[in-house]
Design a protein around this ligand. Structure first.
Ligand code: HEC
Ligand code: HEC
Length: 507
């Protein structure tokens, strides 16, 4: 009950009639501004220093850490993303084969500019292939580099080197999706997530607790639903370095229930895209234009259709049109005499399908001729191609139609030493194994170790052993993993195989 002593009623404290509404209005304005700042403030992303860094460095940073604009559709708050492994008992994102680079630690460098040799470098806060940009709060999305940046080490090295455009052979997308699935369906950890995020003020705590954590879960649930096709029918194991874009297109774009096909393929290299202009794209050659492949990939990772995405893809195409694979490490001697002999063997046995001007290079070799695993080939039909083309037209996107072909593309072999394991399904660990008759190729081997195998050329891939906890055990007897076919060069004498391999190192 109001008394005479109540401040609102008593003399000097009494508000004028117009002051009340003004106060409310001010509170509303402050609230709207803070909400606007917290949720909608957009800051241009900065992945390099355009004044001091070279254009090439900036393009590379953009490829590895730049956004493709998927923040609204699929972005996860950065601060939630970084604590998830700890809360869900995973040993960092490295557990999925993700790679972290070092960057300049400005605090430790005390104003000095950082260079490669200075010790003042720290691990970046996100792995390669993840972008962070501010839209109100900082949000994380993935980009092309998640699957199209490779890494390797020489046997005596600790740190890996990264190369744009090579296949990310350690990255296990399926394990990562399973992890996000687990996060999506467990709401018992909300408080732990909140506690794990350091340095939140009270307002942020409220926002994270009541808004961002539940919203992230809802987003992850929606994503898990979109990827539910992975578990339909007889599931396939991808392991590191592979995914199944063909079945994803079928489920998400065409909207058909998953059949029992296994379409998993290795991430291909995307070097020298300019030289592939008129060639068939994708392992089965279903796509006829690079731009078409880029658009489909960008949509698949949440980029919104529109002029900004088109510009970003143009930048990527320009970068990858000229990016060449790196040369075989200088530290490792190459036997030039053997290279000369190997070059001749290549001309005799391989060039018609793999030389830049070979009669069948970049063309389709029919499935019954090449004889490699047919699961990926069977996963796509003419009906699928028609349905996909109609769906794309329905989205208002113009691009070359997809087709059904008769087999697999004979790819150019540049940067081959960094492209193991080999064939479209990654079923053959080294070049030596590829030149071994199919029945004698390794049956089960460990995949995902990024140490080069200098003798056989590829990555170290020891036989699976339950005691060896590195990598992933790849079983060539699982569906879609067959190691058969492509027996070219397998009957050469061992000495000639070594000469051929010596030459292949130089591509
Ligand atoms: C989740 C992993 C993943 C991401 C992310 C990804 N790709 Fe790919 N990419 C693949 C796979 C797998 C293939 C092979 C598909 C097939 O043939 O079945 C491929 C094929 C390609 C090809 C065709 C190469 C060839 O020789 O046929 C190009 C070009 C390409 N990707 C570019 C991109 C670009 C640009 C982005 C970003 C907008 C991107 N990719 C994002 C996995 C990925
Ligand atoms: C008749 C055409 C043809 C001939 C001849 C041929 N290849 Fe191939 N090669 C292909 C096709 C097609 C593929 C893709 C097959 C697949 O992925 O299932 C391929 C794939 C490869 C790959 C795997 C590339 C990757 O990125 O995984 C290597 C390595 C290779 N060939 C090396 C050779 C060598 C070395 C020779 C000669 C001894 C040779 N090929 C002869 C058609 C041919």
């Amino acid at each position: 009950m109001a008394t005479n002593n109540s401040p609102n009623e008593s003399g000097s404290n009494k508000l004028h009639d117009w002051q009340g509404p003004l106060l409310v209005l001010s509170i509303v304005i402050v609230a709207v501004c803070s909400i606007n700042l917290k949720f909608f403030r957009v800051e241009p992303q900065k992945v390099c220093d355009p004044i001091n860094d070279t254009a090439d460095h900036c393009a590379a940073q953009q490829f590895k850490y730049g956004t493709l604009g998927g923040e609204v559709a699929v972005g996860i708050p950065f601060r939630i993303f970084t604590v998830l492994p700890k809360v869900f008992g995973v040993d960092g994102y490295e557990a999925f084969g993700f790679r972290y680079e070092l960057e300049c630690d400005k605090d430790a460098c005390s104003g000095d500019h950082c260079d490669e040799k200075k010790p003042c470098r720290k691990r970046r806060d996100l792995p390669v292939g993840f972008s962070k940009s501010r839209m109100g709060y900082e949000r994380v999305t993935v980009n092309c580099a998640l699957c199209h940046v490779t890494s390797y080490r020489l046997p005596d090295e600790q740190a890996s080197r990264l190369f744009i455009g090579g296949p990310a052979h350690t990255v296990d997308i399926q394990a990562f999706l399973e992890f996000l699935n687990r996060v999506a369906h467990s709401n018992q950890h909300d408080d732990e997530i909140l506690e794990a995020i350091e340095g939140l003020g009270w307002l942020d705590r409220v926002i994270y607790k009541w808004r961002l954590i539940p919203r992230t879960r809802a987003k992850l649930r929606a994503q898990a639903k979109r990827f539910a096709w992975i578990h339909d029918g007889e599931p396939s194991n991808w392991g590191p370095g592979r995914s199944d874009p063909i079945n994803r297109i079928k489920a998400e774009v065409i909207g058909i229930k998953k059949d029992d096909s296994a379409g998993q393929t290795d991430f291909p290299d995307i070097w020298s895209l300019g030289q592939r202009r008129d060639r068939a794209i994708f392992w089965g050659g279903e796509m006829r234009s690079i731009d078409g492949a880029l658009i489909d990939h960008a949509l698949a990772i949440g980029a919104p259709p529109g002029p900004e995405t088109v510009q970003r893809l143009k930048d990527i195409r320009d970068l990858m049109s000229v990016r060449q694979p790196p040369r075989y490490p200088k530290k490792i001697a190459i036997n030039q005499n053997a290279v000369a002999k190997g070059r001749k063997l290549f001309r005799d046995y391989c060039a018609k399908c793999h030389g830049w001007n070979g009669k069948h290079s970049g063309g389709i070799v029919p499935i019954n001729v090449i004889g490699t695993d047919s699961s990926r080939f069977n996963a796509w039909s003419e009906q699928h191609a028609d349905a996909m083309n109609s769906a794309i037209i329905g989205l208002g996107i113009e691009r070359e139609p997809m087709v059904k072909t008769k087999g697999y593309v004979a790819p150019a072999l540049h940067g081959l030493w960094l492209r193991a394991p080999y064939l479209h399904n990654g079923s053959v660990p080294t070049l030596w194994d590829l030149l071994t008759p199919p029945e004698d190729r390794p049956r089960r081997f460990i995949k995902g170790i990024d140490i080069l195998d200098l003798k056989n050329v590829g990555f170290l891939a020891p036989e699976c052993d339950p005691k060896d906890e590195r990598g992933y055990c790849f079983d060539t007897e699982e569906r879609g993993n067959g190691k058969g076919g492509h027996d070219y060069g397998t009957s050469l004498p061992d000495e000639e195989k070594r000469q051929l391999i010596e030459y292949l190192k130089t591509l």
